[in-house]
Design a binder for this molecule. Sequence first.
Ligand SMILES: *Cc1c(COP(=O)(O)O)cnc(C)c1O
Length: 361
Amino acid sequence: MPRPIEALIHPDALAHNLARARAAMPDARVWAVVKANAYGHGIERTFEPLRAADGFALLDLAEAERIRALGWRGPVLLLEGVFEPRDLELCSRLNLWHVVHHEAQIDWLAAHKTHQPHRVFLKMNSGMNRLGFTPTAYRSAWARLNALPQVDEISLMTHFSDADAPAGIAHQVAAFETATRDLPGERSLSNSAATLRHPGQRSDWLRAGILCYGSAPDFPEHDIAHWGLQPAMTLRSRLIATQALQPGDTVGYGSRYVAEQAMRIGIVACGYADGYPRHAGSGTPVLVAGVRCTTVGRVSMDMLAVDLRPVPAAQPGSEVTLWGRGPHGSVLAIDEVAQAAGTIGYELMCALAPRVPVHLA
Ligand SMILES: *Cc1c(COP(=O)(O)O)cnc(C)c1O
């Protein structure tokens, strides 16, 4: 029998979450953001349930080829644009739309030989200071692109740094609006957090990443239940041993957990080599047979330990849900585990280790 750990991907949850994005901003078209191998879920596995999207946004050219190989003829957007001039050949061949965020990308387009003009998304740095033209440089970049025979339609785009937080989007929207006031073209502004928290923001194309996968972008202020999202990934395993502890007994490397009373613990076949965060200390939530329990001691490479006091019937073989959907309708949001480890749901789902077998639920 193989080691009992596995990840399940839930197509119904992906489709449901995408529909939530649409419902939040019914007039917008939706990019399903599938970069990083669909946030660890697998592009091929998420394609069918997400194909109700208007397009797929990603950054790796190999991932764009995989989407086309699946038979997708609709829009595909390269979120960081091209990395070198010859990437434009692939854009022409596969009809990829691409972000333009710096001057050299315009130079490359100007030198590119193509019969089919490209649709581009011109990115403004409206305050995040990652990619894009400053508001002052934006118009001249637009004018340069607009004069190129290689360029078809130009859409206008920016990205928010604080859509998930109280600081909000107003300061960046103001910068964007001022600099684009009389420019034609469709706008793409909203990411998941802006879609959920600022649905009144005009964004002809919203870019839905994390919400598709069932993680709340503004956890712990709001959780997935608040936003009506469902986990798209379950990481589950089983107990492979139990131990009876006496007061003073310790658990795991560094003896970081000391039993204060007699208690039973379970050993789970899941560790940091599976992508479970080692920084998740004692007290991290976990479901055993669908019952909420907590971890004890340090996470090791292949195992972690769970306090079994809430579930006395647990024994080797009992099902353990590290995150996602558990038995009997139970749910453990990936955001709760991430918070206990000082990180965010995004990082955990992207870091699912290659040794974990993944199945469609
Ligand atoms: C990753 C990414 C998104 C999606 O962000 P979420 O927070 O996952 O919705 C949107 N826009 C850009 C430019 C991105 O790189």
